[in-house]
Write a protein that binds this ligand. Structure first.
Ligand code: HEM
Length: 132
């Protein structure tokens, strides 16, 4: 029996492979849990847990305000840490916030410059055609 000294790393592919009732992994706070045998006993029902399969369930889990007892159950279901970085790709990114100010300024500048040239060109056309 080799004790798992090094924590297993679960990949995004692995998480998504195990997203069925027969074998169900759930991602919470960057850690992956095997909830296959638990979903039938889940006080909140199996549907809500199944709905979080293959993605980051942290928000749904925290929204419910699970008890310490509920959190304690997770220990026995722990599979491994989720691969670093991958969580970002499956998290639903809020449309607000983010977007660095510098990037925004740069992108508005890139519109502003050609626009100025265009307006200048038409102004020039207007004046030259007017005098012809
Ligand atoms: C996978 C790990 C999960 C565990 C170990 C777990 C455990 C529990 C436990 C023990 C309760 C009873 C109340 C409490 O002690 O807080 C509960 C309730 C509940 N859980 Fe979970 N849960 C898990 C995931 C989820 C997920 C992903 C959802 C998605 C929304 C969810 C939704 C709910 C709801 C709605 C209740 C309230 C049920 C009621 O009061 O009628 N749970 N859960």
């Amino acid at each position: 029996m080799s004790a798992e000294e090094t924590t297993k790393i679960v990949t995004l592919a692995e998480l998504q492979e195990n997203s069925k009732r027969e074998k169900l992994y759930i991602l919470l706070h960057g850690k992956v849990y095997n909830v296959t045998n638990f979903i039938d006993e889940h006080p909140g029902g199996d549907e809500v847990v199944l709905a979080e399969a293959g993605k980051d369930a942290t928000e749904a889990f925290e929204d419910v305000g699970h008890s310490d007892e509920a959190r304690g159950l997770l220990k026995d279901m722990f599979v491994g840490d989720f691969e670093t970085g991958a969580a970002e790709t499956i998290k639903s990114t809020p449309t607000s916030e983010k977007k660095p100010v510098a990037a925004e300024t740069a992108s508005s500048m890139s519109y502003f410059l050609p626009l100025t040239v265009l307006v200048g060109y038409f102004a020039w056309r207007f004046y030259t055609s007017g005098s012809a």
